[in-house]
Design a protein around this ligand. Structure first.
Ligand SMILES: Nc1ncnc2c1ncn2[C@@H]1O[C@H](COP(=O)(O)OP(=O)(O)OP(=O)(O)O)[C@@H](O)[C@H]1O
Length: 510
């Protein structure tokens, strides 16, 4: 009885298998017919790369002699440079490609065929379109867009690459040599660095050099200037935005600068200006190494090395409750102090030479030289705006004279015009802006024409004066000073940088 049941079951299984095989056969034939009708050309190969079938249209495109069979021959014998064998080997489809046959550009598609066990048993190649010429405008447009995208990507990558190395950080004084030694050691360790120094002492430049000498040099270097970004935009700028986080946020996520620095260095400039409300969120990034975009309930892991910089006294800000103590200790792992220019007068000459060379490259012509008296004059100034102020002064001095040498007389007036408390009238009445007020360094009596200051200089001096007064009135608080002047915080910060004014120390110096 059991044997009878077994043989009935076996017969049923055989009948089902035969039905399935028949069905598969019919489907395969229908598919081949469909290929033949739908496509400009179609070819089928087996796992060994042998042609099993090719439709007449493909044969015609190849100019194949109708008498010669293509079946049973290696696919490359029939279609030179065919890539169907690669599709068999990889098991991956080439959904769309442009392929040249007999000098004609064809739009083709290659798809692997798999058996029930998922093994690749062959491949089918289809010519989707054989008149690529008519697609040329579209293809050109696409290629153009791809080129633009590549250029934009390259430019962005360049902008995010470190701009300076240690060798460009000029200075032979003991203080700078020590700083560079410490910075080189810091670069090798993947730890947080805090750069402390007055405005224009080279904090940003050193941050770039640290990144360039670190293991992260191939990664991005992303700078955020906390003081230059309005408070209400800073959170989104730093942490990013989830889709639809607020009205107008759009429906695509926007990466913040912290995320953009992933794998590289995040340079937080003017960290002392970070609003208290964001300080705790930043602390979390440093502690947990993850960032939570605005309006998101998801955290994203980030791998960044943080370099922070400030011209403020962060310790004092902690005492005054304006900076979180826990964030301060997180940042202050390795503090590096950048000495002001007045503490390293010997560096002025090499710095000035390098800056004049840079000017000559930018503006063309040969670099100007400084006379000994000019160097001595520069060394008598106390440089509240440090190297940036020196660079601005040399640029203006170079504009004032066509001579190859810049002498003390060219510098006196410019230095006097930049002094705190100088008003528009001062240079003409008190100190001569061109020939100078210092009798020791003046080269001779000035003519009336020489005492007239270019309007640009006069306006700049007036602006500098107004900024200094506002800072003094606001007790050094930038936001307040910007308000007094009726300009935005960002504009105010830019002006400070342009004039080389150190915001923390308003009023006369030296
Ligand atoms: N040691 C140096 N060698 C050569 N150039 C320097 C040096 N220090 C500063 N500079 C130049 O001086 C200018 C100001 O430097 P930088 O912006 O790095 O200063 P900073 O301390 O970051 O200023 P701020 O605090 O105002 O942002 C830049 O043009 C920089 O190239």
């Amino acid at each position: 009885m059991e044997r009878l049941i077994d043989s009935v079951a076996a017969r049923r299984r055989r009948a089902a298998a035969a039905r399935e095989a028949g069905l598969r056969d019919r489907v395969a034939r229908a598919a081949v017919e469909l290929f033949d009708q739908l496509y400009e050309g179609a070819v089928l190969i087996d796992a060994a790369g042998t042609v099993l079938w090719m439709n007449d249209k493909y044969r015609a495109i190849l100019g194949w002699n109708g008498m010669d069979p293509v079946e049973g021959r290696p696919v490359e014998d029939i279609i030179p440079n065919s890539r169907l064998r690669e599709v068999v080997a990889s098991g991956r489809a080439d959904l769309i490609d442009i392929f040249e046959v007999e000098g004609r550009q064809l739009v083709v598609s290659r798809i692997p065929l798999k058996d029930e066990d998922g093994r690749v048993s062959g491949a089918v190649g289809m010519i989707l379109y054989d008149r690529v010429q008519s697609l040329k405008p579209l293809v050109d447009k696409f290629q153009g867009m791809q080129r633009d995208l590549e250029t934009a990507r390259r430019q962005l990558a360049d902008a995010r690459r470190a701009k300076y190395g240690f060798s460009q950080f000029i200075g032979n004084s003991e203080a700078v040599r020590l700083l560079k030694r410490q910075a080189r050691r810091a670069a090798e360790r993947d730890i947080t660095v805090l750069l402390l120094g007055e405005t224009g002492t080279g904090k940003e430049m050193l941050a770039h050099a640290l990144h360039a000498a670190s293991e992260r040099q191939a990664g991005p270097m992303v700078r955020v200037n906390t003081a230059a970004i309005p408070e209400n935009l800073l959170e989104a700028e730093l942490f990013g935005v989830a889709p639809g986080a607020y009205t107008g946020a759009g429906n695509k996520p926007r990466d913040g600068k912290i995320r953009l620095a992933h794998g590289g260095t995040l340079f937080l400039d003017e960290i002392g200006d970070m609003p208290l409300s964001l300080q705790s969120k930043l602390l979390r990034v440093l502690q947990e190494r993850e960032v939570e975009p605005l309006g998101s309930n998801r955290v994203i892991p980030v791998d960044v090395r943080v370099i922070a910089a400030t011209s403020r006294d962060l310790g004092r800000m902690v005492e005054d409750g304006r900076f979180r103590a826990d964030l301060y200790y997180r940042l202050n792992v390795l503090p590096l102090r950048l000495p002001p220019l007045r503490e390293r007068l010997d560096d002025i000459e090499p710095l000035a030479d390098a800056l004049l060379e840079r000017l000559a490259i930018e503006q063309g012509g040969r670099p100007r030289r400084l006379t000994d008296r000019a160097v001595a004059r520069l060394q008598r100034h106390d440089w509240p705006g440090n190297v940036r102020e020196l660079a601005n002064l040399l640029e203006r001095a170079a504009l004032l004279t066509d001579e190859a040498e810049i002498d003390a007389g060219h510098l006196d007036g410019l230095i006097a015009a930049g002094q705190p408390g100088t008003t528009v009238a001062d240079p003409v009445v008190g100190a001569d802006p061109v020939m100078g007020a210092d009798p020791v360094a003046t080269d001779g009596p000035a003519s009336a024409a020489e005492t007239v200051e270019p309007l640009r200089e006069a306006l700049a001096a007036a602006e500098r004066d107004a900024i200094r007064r506002a800072l003094a009135a606001a007790g050094g608080v930038k936001t307040q000073a910007a308000k007094l002047l009726g300009i935005s915080r960002a504009q105010f910060y830019e002006k400070l940088a342009t004039h080389g004014i150190e915001a923390g120390l308003p009023g006369p110096r030296g």
